[in-house]
Design a binder for this molecule. Structure first.
Ligand code: TNX
Length: 509
């Protein structure tokens, strides 16, 4: 399932690790400082770890990956692929083996894991295959020069929701690009990928009952390029691929604003019955669905029904941001008709934080994208029981420039260097939204100025790992210098994978 080029890159990453050993052994007099204790190089930082010297495990071509139960065999096969080893199922691994075990450890919840690396063998245990998968990401980061460093790790996430968002509407990105991004974010224990599937510049998901959305509404993008869309089969393939990386897709159809592509595709959705032209610029806040027309809700019922039927995850994102062309009263009317449609198709609504103004059911998840530490509507929603996703734009927006010379990106929310992305606490950022009201974090990547996969990688790395760490690691581990050292330790893997990361001067590469 992994695209061939990427599989080659993963094998290359392992090969590089092996080459590094040989060099280190062959040239003991080089003036490189000794490698740091590799057990301390994990990103995100684990809850607890303890190194044991002289207990390293050497990977050899004969090392087996053993799943002790069938439920663990999927993750075992994945680990075997990324490390180039042989998978198998057995009661227990003996000798030269990495053994994956499912159990009932009350300390680690549904996504945590324990890892025990000894000279005689490695054991990874979790309560669910999600936990095993996250443990495997740690194992991948720990392999260095064909060796796993002796020691133990106990680990589990601070927040349930650790997300990334990709805007495929402003510029379209095909299935292979999205799969590559899924593989990249999975390395940092991200468990949700939010896809921004519709905006003024393009509609990117096939809706069979409204075919002009894609036949016409997908035919361009920012700057006038060809655009594109996912057929429902392609979307299902993406969902399945994400699932194989233990990532849940959260699809977004932005409404009632950010809807020019839909309004251009169907004249009857406009209050005046006249379809506007397609739009390839980068302004926001000029379009609105017609709140007073019944057809608007027949349309959205169809869209939500079709999207829900191909989305196994619990959430549908209904946007709701920057509805400057919708009156406040219409916004209320609109959301009060929309939210029940989402519920009718068995999904939980998430939306940008403007949604909080509409007093949504406490199950709804507003996503905070402001830059201030105060938002009374979001605080009131939290007081009513809504959980909040934290995406403050001045910290988590991966489309913001790093510095004034960054060739792509925007700066309306400020410049975001690595220290800025890392330097905030999701549990205290927003007044009246205590840690217990925070469902997690998300790093959005808007793509007005982002055109290629290399652009995506340049903006996401190394900031996405910073947001991933804020979502996973206990606040007690928070320490920029330590984080920066651990990020630097990832660079050889990123080089081997061909990731086009930004060489931040704030990281000791
Ligand atoms: C604001 S953040 C937007 C997007 C833009 C982004 C660019 C939000 C919910 N809306 O429409 O793409 O700024 O940074």
């Amino acid at each position: 399932m992994t695209p061939r080029i990427f599989r080659r890159a993963l094998v290359a990453a392992t090969a590089v690790a092996l080459t590094v050993t040989t060099t280190a052994i062959a040239a003991p007099d080089n003036h490189q400082p000794p490698a740091p204790a590799r057990l301390g190089a994990l990103v995100p930082a684990p809850v607890w770890s303890q190194a044991r010297q002289h207990d390293d495990f050497k990977l050899t071509p004969g090392t087996k990956v053993v799943a002790t139960t069938r439920d663990a065999s999927g993750v075992a096969a994945y680990l075997a692929t990324v490390l180039g080893l042989h998978p198998g199922v057995a009661d227990h691994g003996r000798g030269n083996a990495i053994t994956l075990r499912l159990g009932h450890d009350p300390r680690i919840g549904t996504e945590g894991y324990t890892l025990d690396i000894r000279h005689g063998g490695v054991e990874l245990a979790a309560n669910t295959s999600d936990g095993l998968f996250e443990g495997v990401q740690s194992l991948r980061q720990l392999v260095h020069a064909g060796t796993l460093p002796g020691g133990s790790v106990l680990d589990y996430p601070r927040f349930e929701h650790r997300g990334a968002m990709l805007d495929v509407a402003r510029h379209f990105f095909g299935v292979d690009d999205v799969k590559r991004y899924i593989d990249e974010i999975a390395m940092f224990k991200i468990n949700y990928l939010h896809l921004h599937l519709a905006d003024d510049q393009g509609w990117r998901i096939e809706i069979k009952s409204w075919p002009n959305l894609t036949a016409y509404g997908a035919s361009t993008e920012v700057g006038g390029g060809p655009g594109g869309y996912y057929t429902q089969d392609q979307y299902k393939d993406l969902v399945a691929y994400a699932e194989s990386r233990h990532i849940t897709i959260v699809p977004e159809i932005d409404m009632p604003g950010h809807t020019n592509a839909a309004l251009a595709s169907y004249a009857e959705l406009n209050c005046d019955g006249v379809a506007p032209p397609l739009y390839t610029g980068t302004s926001v806040g000029f379009s609105s669905l017609c709140v007073a027309k019944d057809i608007t809700y027949r349309f959205l019922d169809d869209v939500i029904r079709e999207l829900a039927s191909i989305t196994p995850g619990p959430y549908l994102h209904i946007g709701g941001d920057e509805a400057h062309a919708t009156t406040p009263a219409d916004y209320q009317t609109f959301m009060h008709r929309m939210l029940p449609i989402v519920a009718k198709y068995g999904k939980i609504a998430t939306g940008w934080h403007e949604l909080a103004k509409t007093n949504p059911d406490p199950s709804a998840l507003p996503q905070y994208w402001g830059t201030d530490s105060t938002d009374t509507d979001v605080a009131a929603a939290a007081a009513r029981g809504n959980k909040v996703i934290m995406s403050p734009a001045n910290k988590t927006y991966l489309d913001m420039k790093y510095n004034p010379n960054t060739p792509i990106g925007q700066k309306w929310a400020g410049l975001i260097e690595e220290k800025d992305a890392y330097g905030w606490d999701p549990g205290t950022f927003l007044d009246g939204v205590p840690e217990s009201s925070v469902q997690g974090v998300e790093a959005p990547l808007w793509t007005e100025t982002i055109v290629t996969m290399a652009d995506i990688e340049y903006m996401a790395f190394p900031r996405l790992p910073a947001i991933a760490e804020l979502g996973w690691s206990p606040w007690s581990t928070h320490d920029y210098d330590d984080f920066a050292r651990r990020v630097a330790a990832q660079a050889p893997t990123w080089d081997a994978m061909g990731i086009n990361y930004y060489r931040s001067p704030q990281i000791p590469w």
